[in-house]
Write a protein that binds this ligand. Structure first.
Ligand code: ZN
Length: 340
Protein backbone atom coordinates (compact mmCIF):
# COMPACT_ATOMS: atom_id res chain seq x y z
CA UNK A 1 0.00 0.00 0.00
CA UNK A 2 2.83 2.33 0.90
CA UNK A 3 4.51 1.62 -2.40
CA UNK A 4 1.30 2.36 -4.29
CA UNK A 5 0.89 5.66 -2.46
CA UNK A 6 4.53 6.55 -3.14
CA UNK A 7 4.10 5.88 -6.84
CA UNK A 8 0.88 7.87 -6.95
CA UNK A 9 2.50 10.86 -5.21
CA UNK A 10 5.51 10.60 -7.53
CA UNK A 11 3.27 10.55 -10.58
CA UNK A 12 1.34 13.60 -9.35
CA UNK A 13 4.60 15.35 -8.59
CA UNK A 14 5.77 14.78 -12.16
CA UNK A 15 2.53 16.20 -13.49
CA UNK A 16 2.66 19.28 -11.26
CA UNK A 17 6.15 19.64 -9.82
CA UNK A 18 5.42 23.01 -8.22
CA UNK A 19 1.93 22.27 -6.99
CA UNK A 20 2.83 22.63 -3.33
CA UNK A 21 4.62 25.95 -3.67
CA UNK A 22 1.88 27.29 -5.91
CA UNK A 23 -0.81 26.50 -3.39
CA UNK A 24 0.83 27.53 -0.14
CA UNK A 25 3.27 30.13 1.10
CA UNK A 26 6.45 28.55 2.54
CA UNK A 27 5.29 28.75 6.16
CA UNK A 28 1.63 28.09 5.52
CA UNK A 29 0.54 24.58 6.47
CA UNK A 30 -2.25 22.99 4.51
CA UNK A 31 -5.61 23.34 6.29
CA UNK A 32 -8.27 20.74 5.69
CA UNK A 33 -11.31 22.49 4.25
CA UNK A 34 -9.33 25.65 3.57
CA UNK A 35 -8.29 28.43 5.94
CA UNK A 36 -10.65 29.75 8.59
CA UNK A 37 -12.36 32.86 7.23
CA UNK A 38 -11.99 35.76 9.67
CA UNK A 39 -13.66 39.18 9.54
CA UNK A 40 -11.50 41.62 11.52
CA UNK A 41 -13.75 44.53 12.40
CA UNK A 42 -12.56 48.05 13.35
CA UNK A 43 -13.38 51.69 12.65
CA UNK A 44 -13.85 53.60 15.88
CA UNK A 45 -12.67 54.02 19.45
CA UNK A 46 -13.52 56.30 22.35
CA UNK A 47 -10.15 58.06 22.19
CA UNK A 48 -6.74 58.25 20.54
CA UNK A 49 -5.32 55.99 23.28
CA UNK A 50 -6.87 53.05 21.39
CA UNK A 51 -5.16 53.41 18.04
CA UNK A 52 -7.01 50.79 16.00
CA UNK A 53 -5.24 51.84 12.80
CA UNK A 54 -2.04 50.55 14.40
CA UNK A 55 -3.40 47.55 16.31
CA UNK A 56 -5.56 46.04 13.55
CA UNK A 57 -2.51 45.18 11.36
CA UNK A 58 -0.89 43.61 14.44
CA UNK A 59 -3.92 41.42 15.14
CA UNK A 60 -4.11 40.49 11.46
CA UNK A 61 -0.45 39.47 11.34
CA UNK A 62 -0.74 37.38 14.50
CA UNK A 63 -3.60 35.40 12.99
CA UNK A 64 -2.13 35.06 9.51
CA UNK A 65 1.27 33.85 10.62
CA UNK A 66 -0.30 30.68 12.03
CA UNK A 67 -1.28 29.70 8.48
CA UNK A 68 -4.75 28.79 9.76
CA UNK A 69 -6.66 31.96 8.97
CA UNK A 70 -7.64 34.07 5.99
CA UNK A 71 -8.29 37.54 7.38
CA UNK A 72 -10.47 40.25 5.81
CA UNK A 73 -10.37 43.65 7.51
CA UNK A 74 -13.61 45.65 7.33
CA UNK A 75 -13.72 49.19 8.71
CA UNK A 76 -17.14 50.30 9.89
CA UNK A 77 -18.33 53.91 9.59
CA UNK A 78 -18.22 55.87 12.82
CA UNK A 79 -21.41 55.81 14.86
CA UNK A 80 -23.93 58.27 13.44
CA UNK A 81 -22.21 58.19 10.04
CA UNK A 82 -23.51 56.98 6.69
CA UNK A 83 -24.09 53.22 6.91
CA UNK A 84 -26.05 53.02 3.64
CA UNK A 85 -23.11 51.45 1.76
CA UNK A 86 -21.88 49.30 4.65
CA UNK A 87 -22.71 45.65 4.00
CA UNK A 88 -20.15 43.39 5.70
CA UNK A 89 -21.94 40.11 4.84
CA UNK A 90 -21.18 38.44 8.18
CA UNK A 91 -22.26 35.01 6.93
CA UNK A 92 -19.20 34.78 4.65
CA UNK A 93 -17.02 34.35 7.74
CA UNK A 94 -16.57 31.68 10.42
CA UNK A 95 -15.51 34.17 13.06
CA UNK A 96 -15.63 37.93 13.62
CA UNK A 97 -12.73 39.47 15.58
CA UNK A 98 -13.80 42.81 17.01
CA UNK A 99 -11.28 45.60 17.47
CA UNK A 100 -14.18 48.06 17.42
CA UNK A 101 -15.34 50.34 20.23
CA UNK A 102 -18.49 52.03 18.95
CA UNK A 103 -21.35 53.55 20.98
CA UNK A 104 -24.10 52.38 18.66
CA UNK A 105 -25.05 50.77 15.33
CA UNK A 106 -28.16 51.02 13.12
CA UNK A 107 -30.83 48.48 14.03
CA UNK A 108 -30.68 46.49 10.78
CA UNK A 109 -26.96 45.90 11.29
CA UNK A 110 -27.47 44.86 14.91
CA UNK A 111 -30.11 42.35 13.81
CA UNK A 112 -27.78 40.88 11.16
CA UNK A 113 -24.99 40.56 13.72
CA UNK A 114 -27.28 38.87 16.27
CA UNK A 115 -28.58 36.41 13.67
CA UNK A 116 -25.04 35.58 12.60
CA UNK A 117 -23.87 34.68 16.13
CA UNK A 118 -27.14 32.99 17.12
CA UNK A 119 -26.85 30.70 14.10
CA UNK A 120 -23.35 29.58 15.09
CA UNK A 121 -20.96 32.33 13.97
CA UNK A 122 -17.91 32.87 16.16
CA UNK A 123 -16.99 36.12 17.88
CA UNK A 124 -13.71 37.28 19.46
CA UNK A 125 -13.73 40.41 21.63
CA UNK A 126 -10.40 42.12 22.28
CA UNK A 127 -9.82 44.77 24.96
CA UNK A 128 -11.90 47.94 24.30
CA UNK A 129 -14.33 46.06 22.08
CA UNK A 130 -15.94 45.31 25.46
CA UNK A 131 -16.51 49.05 25.90
CA UNK A 132 -18.67 49.02 22.77
CA UNK A 133 -22.46 49.16 22.49
CA UNK A 134 -23.54 49.70 26.14
CA UNK A 135 -27.24 49.89 25.21
CA UNK A 136 -27.40 46.83 22.92
CA UNK A 137 -28.71 43.97 25.13
CA UNK A 138 -27.73 41.10 22.79
CA UNK A 139 -24.17 42.39 22.41
CA UNK A 140 -23.81 42.58 26.19
CA UNK A 141 -25.06 39.00 26.48
CA UNK A 142 -22.35 37.99 23.98
CA UNK A 143 -19.47 39.73 25.83
CA UNK A 144 -20.77 38.86 29.32
CA UNK A 145 -19.13 41.88 30.96
CA UNK A 146 -18.05 45.31 29.75
CA UNK A 147 -16.95 48.71 30.96
CA UNK A 148 -17.08 52.46 30.44
CA UNK A 149 -19.47 54.36 28.11
CA UNK A 150 -21.64 55.11 31.17
CA UNK A 151 -22.18 51.48 32.14
CA UNK A 152 -23.31 51.16 35.75
CA UNK A 153 -25.53 48.83 37.84
CA UNK A 154 -28.14 48.87 35.05
CA UNK A 155 -25.65 46.88 32.89
CA UNK A 156 -25.63 44.03 35.44
CA UNK A 157 -23.52 43.10 38.47
CA UNK A 158 -19.75 43.10 38.81
CA UNK A 159 -18.27 39.66 38.10
CA UNK A 160 -15.03 38.26 39.53
CA UNK A 161 -13.63 35.03 40.96
CA UNK A 162 -13.59 34.45 44.72
CA UNK A 163 -11.84 31.31 45.97
CA UNK A 164 -11.99 30.03 42.41
CA UNK A 165 -15.77 30.54 42.06
CA UNK A 166 -17.53 32.96 39.74
CA UNK A 167 -19.11 35.58 41.99
CA UNK A 168 -21.33 38.59 41.31
CA UNK A 169 -21.84 41.84 43.20
CA UNK A 170 -24.83 44.10 42.50
CA UNK A 171 -23.52 47.09 44.44
CA UNK A 172 -24.30 50.24 42.42
CA UNK A 173 -21.37 51.92 40.70
CA UNK A 174 -19.49 52.63 37.52
CA UNK A 175 -18.17 49.81 35.36
CA UNK A 176 -14.56 49.67 34.23
CA UNK A 177 -11.25 50.72 35.77
CA UNK A 178 -7.53 50.09 35.32
CA UNK A 179 -4.26 51.29 36.80
CA UNK A 180 -0.91 51.98 35.19
CA UNK A 181 0.21 49.63 32.44
CA UNK A 182 2.39 47.08 34.22
CA UNK A 183 3.17 43.40 33.68
CA UNK A 184 0.84 41.08 35.61
CA UNK A 185 0.33 37.37 36.16
CA UNK A 186 -2.48 35.53 34.41
CA UNK A 187 -3.72 32.44 36.28
CA UNK A 188 -5.47 29.58 34.48
CA UNK A 189 -8.77 28.57 36.14
CA UNK A 190 -9.85 25.94 33.59
CA UNK A 191 -6.51 24.55 32.41
CA UNK A 192 -8.03 21.68 30.43
CA UNK A 193 -10.08 23.96 28.16
CA UNK A 194 -8.80 23.62 24.56
CA UNK A 195 -7.61 27.26 24.55
CA UNK A 196 -5.37 26.66 27.59
CA UNK A 197 -4.46 22.99 27.25
CA UNK A 198 -0.69 22.41 27.38
CA UNK A 199 0.12 25.95 28.55
CA UNK A 200 1.64 26.84 31.93
CA UNK A 201 -0.87 27.39 34.77
CA UNK A 202 0.51 30.88 35.47
CA UNK A 203 2.27 33.27 33.13
CA UNK A 204 3.48 36.85 33.18
CA UNK A 205 1.62 39.05 30.71
CA UNK A 206 3.56 41.99 29.24
CA UNK A 207 2.74 45.53 30.45
CA UNK A 208 -0.95 46.18 29.85
CA UNK A 209 -4.07 47.72 31.36
CA UNK A 210 -5.57 45.26 33.83
CA UNK A 211 -9.30 45.83 33.34
CA UNK A 212 -11.34 45.43 36.51
CA UNK A 213 -14.83 46.14 37.89
CA UNK A 214 -16.49 45.21 34.59
CA UNK A 215 -20.26 44.70 34.73
CA UNK A 216 -22.78 42.82 32.62
CA UNK A 217 -25.31 39.99 32.46
CA UNK A 218 -22.54 37.36 32.85
CA UNK A 219 -24.78 34.61 31.42
CA UNK A 220 -23.42 31.45 29.77
CA UNK A 221 -19.94 32.68 30.73
CA UNK A 222 -16.97 30.58 31.83
CA UNK A 223 -13.91 32.39 33.15
CA UNK A 224 -10.85 30.51 31.87
CA UNK A 225 -8.23 32.71 33.54
CA UNK A 226 -7.96 35.60 35.98
CA UNK A 227 -5.50 38.25 37.12
CA UNK A 228 -5.28 39.73 40.60
CA UNK A 229 -6.03 43.45 40.46
CA UNK A 230 -3.54 45.05 42.86
CA UNK A 231 -4.94 47.87 45.06
CA UNK A 232 -1.46 49.43 45.00
CA UNK A 233 -2.04 50.03 41.28
CA UNK A 234 -5.59 51.42 41.66
CA UNK A 235 -6.91 47.85 41.50
CA UNK A 236 -10.03 46.24 42.93
CA UNK A 237 -8.18 43.71 45.08
CA UNK A 238 -10.12 40.98 43.27
CA UNK A 239 -9.30 38.19 40.82
CA UNK A 240 -10.62 39.79 37.65
CA UNK A 241 -11.70 37.79 34.56
CA UNK A 242 -9.00 37.91 31.85
CA UNK A 243 -10.07 35.11 29.50
CA UNK A 244 -13.70 34.15 29.02
CA UNK A 245 -15.71 31.86 26.79
CA UNK A 246 -19.43 32.35 26.29
CA UNK A 247 -22.27 31.14 24.14
CA UNK A 248 -25.07 33.03 22.44
CA UNK A 249 -27.47 30.72 20.65
CA UNK A 250 -25.22 28.34 18.72
CA UNK A 251 -22.39 30.90 18.56
CA UNK A 252 -19.12 30.62 20.49
CA UNK A 253 -17.54 33.77 21.93
CA UNK A 254 -13.99 34.27 23.19
CA UNK A 255 -13.43 37.49 25.16
CA UNK A 256 -10.23 38.93 26.57
CA UNK A 257 -10.01 42.41 28.11
CA UNK A 258 -6.23 42.32 27.59
CA UNK A 259 -4.50 43.99 24.62
CA UNK A 260 -4.49 47.79 25.09
CA UNK A 261 -1.70 48.54 22.61
CA UNK A 262 0.96 46.95 20.43
CA UNK A 263 3.28 46.42 23.40
CA UNK A 264 0.59 44.32 25.09
CA UNK A 265 -0.32 42.53 21.85
CA UNK A 266 3.34 41.57 21.30
CA UNK A 267 3.32 39.39 24.45
CA UNK A 268 3.81 35.78 23.34
CA UNK A 269 1.27 34.78 25.98
CA UNK A 270 -1.34 37.13 24.49
CA UNK A 271 -0.55 36.09 20.92
CA UNK A 272 -0.91 32.42 21.73
CA UNK A 273 -4.21 32.88 23.52
CA UNK A 274 -5.56 35.16 20.78
CA UNK A 275 -4.62 32.70 18.03
CA UNK A 276 -6.08 29.76 19.95
CA UNK A 277 -9.19 31.66 21.06
CA UNK A 278 -9.97 32.67 17.48
CA UNK A 279 -9.62 29.09 16.23
CA UNK A 280 -11.83 27.86 19.08
CA UNK A 281 -14.54 30.48 18.43
CA UNK A 282 -14.58 29.48 14.75
CA UNK A 283 -14.42 25.69 15.09
CA UNK A 284 -14.80 24.63 18.73
CA UNK A 285 -11.33 23.06 18.58
CA UNK A 286 -7.70 24.12 18.94
CA UNK A 287 -5.01 22.49 16.81
CA UNK A 288 -2.15 24.83 17.69
CA UNK A 289 0.77 23.66 19.79
CA UNK A 290 2.26 25.71 22.63
CA UNK A 291 5.01 27.92 21.19
CA UNK A 292 8.61 28.17 22.30
CA UNK A 293 9.27 31.14 24.59
CA UNK A 294 5.80 31.13 26.16
CA UNK A 295 6.23 33.32 29.26
CA UNK A 296 6.80 31.76 32.65
CA UNK A 297 5.34 32.88 35.97
CA UNK A 298 7.92 35.57 36.65
CA UNK A 299 9.20 36.92 33.34
CA UNK A 300 7.60 38.54 30.32
CA UNK A 301 8.25 37.20 26.84
CA UNK A 302 7.42 39.32 23.82
CA UNK A 303 8.15 39.58 20.10
CA UNK A 304 10.23 42.62 19.14
CA UNK A 305 9.20 42.30 15.48
CA UNK A 306 5.55 42.64 16.56
CA UNK A 307 6.18 45.41 19.12
CA UNK A 308 8.08 47.45 16.51
CA UNK A 309 4.99 47.56 14.24
CA UNK A 310 3.93 50.53 16.41
CA UNK A 311 5.56 53.82 15.30
CA UNK A 312 5.77 54.78 19.00
CA UNK A 313 8.20 51.89 19.52
CA UNK A 314 11.11 54.01 18.27
CA UNK A 315 10.53 56.52 21.07
CA UNK A 316 11.61 53.89 23.57
CA UNK A 317 10.18 53.03 26.94
CA UNK A 318 11.34 56.34 28.43
CA UNK A 319 11.89 59.74 26.79
CA UNK A 320 15.32 60.70 25.52
CA UNK A 321 16.70 63.47 27.80
CA UNK A 322 19.10 66.01 26.34
CA UNK A 323 21.43 67.86 28.73
CA UNK A 324 20.56 71.56 28.97
CA UNK A 325 24.11 72.63 29.70
CA UNK A 326 27.18 71.33 27.89
CA UNK A 327 28.88 68.58 29.78
CA UNK A 328 32.28 69.81 31.03
CA UNK A 329 35.26 67.86 29.77
CA UNK A 330 36.79 65.48 32.24
CA UNK A 331 39.79 66.76 34.12
CA UNK A 332 42.95 64.95 33.16
CA UNK A 333 43.02 61.80 35.16
CA UNK A 334 39.62 62.59 36.68
CA UNK A 335 36.37 60.68 36.41
CA UNK A 336 34.58 60.41 33.04
CA UNK A 337 31.65 62.83 32.52
CA UNK A 338 28.26 61.46 33.45
CA UNK A 339 26.56 59.40 30.77
CA UNK A 340 23.21 61.01 29.95
ZN1 ZN B 1 -7.01 50.47 26.77
Amino acid sequence: MKAVRFILITALSLLAPNAQTQNHAPHTPAVAGGPIRVLLLDGESAGVYHNWKVTTPVLRRELEETGLFQVTVITAPASGGDFSGFDPKFNKYQVIVSNLDSPDWPENLRVQFEEYVRAGGGLVVVHAADNSFPNWPAYNLMIGIGGWRNRDEHAGPYWYLKDGKLTSDSTPGKAGAHGARLPFQVVAQVPDHPILRGLPPVWMHAADELYGTLRGPGQNMTVLATAHSDPQNKGSGKDEPMLMVLSYGKGRIFHTPMGHDTAALSCIGFMTIFQRGTEWAATGKVSQKAPAHFPGADSVSYRVDIASMDPEFLKGASPVVSPKAPVPPAAPGGPAPPHL
